[in-house]
Design a protein around this ligand. Structure first.
Ligand code: FMN
Length: 328
């Protein structure tokens, strides 16, 4: 069983942290589809320290999402430790994760995110400081390196372990690659063999079969799924089932997809107000609609709608097309 510190994770399937996506509305929905662990979107250490209102709202966790990992990012020890202590004492997160993978210049130029990958000693120092300051287990999510000439994944993961980190999640790409090319799973196997804490593999798991292949090829303890879960929490459910029973469940019907999209929308409205939630939901709706017959017809309308009723009407109209086909 995957265990992070004292936290028992009921299966190997982990929802990846995704900024602008993994808020409580989406996480809870994915959790209900069986994810063993859900990760929250990254939160700025400085935002926490300064008690920025938007940042504070990002710390909301519904009890039903647990176990949950909350990710912070930062480049300076003082603020990172302070933020970790705040999360430790004031949230119901189970795990505190540190971001060492974010490739965007806005983050790396503040010495945060993937910038750390160049310096295993800094990783050791920073992770040690956080581990000493909090009670909850501390983990790290990292990319395999900065660029092809600086792939320190093994040293970096070992630094996390020595510092008292309780697990590592590894995305098999460099910072320079961003999301291009193919994730390197060989490095996931190499890191797995070089540490004694759990290793969660990440990168390009697009199907339940990919997840099984990643476990078999790398020996990783858990599989982290990001983009394949966008608009598709069934990916999580189908992967859990496939890993546990070898059975591949059917893909959802359009009606099921639209119903879950509406549930997700309503949770987002409860979290933020309707206007903001509907605008944020447009991108999710496009993901839920991927591969649905007739989606081109409503895509533009979805990108312009401003109310729940409008959006729900469009989603239902797609489900009705399917129902007519079935009845016809
Ligand atoms: C929209 C989006 C937002 C992301 N935000 C974060 C983040 O906040 N923290 C993080 O560690 N990784 C973030 N990532 C990276 C993912 O967690 C994951 O490592 C990456 O997408 C590769 O996994 P996949 O191939 O399963 O998508 C993000 C990825 C996407 C697509």
């Amino acid at each position: 069983m995957l265990k992070i510190g004292d936290i028992e994770i009921k299966n190997q399937v982990v929802l990846a942290p995704m900024a602008g996506v993994c808020n409580s509305a989406f996480r809870l929905t994915v959790k209900e589809f069986g994810a063993g662990l859900v990760c929250a979107e990254m939160v700025s250490d400085k935002g926490i320290v300064l008690k920025n209102e938007k940042t504070m709202n990002m710390l909301y966790i519904d009890e039903r999402e647990k176990p949950l990992s909350l990710q912070i990012f930062g480049g300076e020890k003082k603020t990172l430790v302070e933020a970790a202590q705040f999360v430790d004492k004031n949230t119901n997160a189970d795990i505190i994760d540190i971001n060492m993978g974010c490739p965007v210049p806005k983050i790396t130029k503040c010495d945060a995110g993937a910038k750390w990958l160049l310096d295993p000693d800094k990783i050791y120092e920073m992770v040690s400081a956080v581990v000493e300051a909090v009670e909850k287990p501390v983990t790290v999510k990292m990319r395999m390196g900065w660029d092809d000439d600086h792939i320190f994944a093994v040293k970096n993961a070992q630094a996390v372990e020595r510092a008292g980190g309780k697990a590592v999640a590894l995305h098999g790409r460099t910072r320079v690659q961003m999301y291009e090319g193919k994730a390197n799973w060989d490095i996931i196997r190499e890191v797995k063999q070089s540490i004694n804490i759990p290793l969660i593999g990440n990168g390009d798991v697009q199907t339940p079969q990919d997840a099984k292949r990643m476990v078999e090829e790398t020996g990783c303890d858990g599989v982290m799924i990001g983009r394949a879960a966008l608009g598709n929490p069934w990916m999580i459910y189908r992967t859990v089932q496939y890993l546990e029973t070898g059975k591949l469940m059917d893909e959802p019907t359009v009606r099921e997809k639209m119903d879950v999209c509406i549930l997700h929308l309503d949770r987002l409205i409860a979290l933020k107000d309707e206007y903001i939630a509907v605008r944020e939901m447009r991108k999710h709706a496009a993901w839920y609609l991927k591969g649905v017959r007739g989606n081109a017809r409503v895509r533009n309308a979805i990108n312009e709608c401003n109310s729940r009723d409008e959006l729900v009407g469009l989603l239902n109209s797609l489900a009705e097309v399917e129902e007519e086909v079935i009845v016809g």
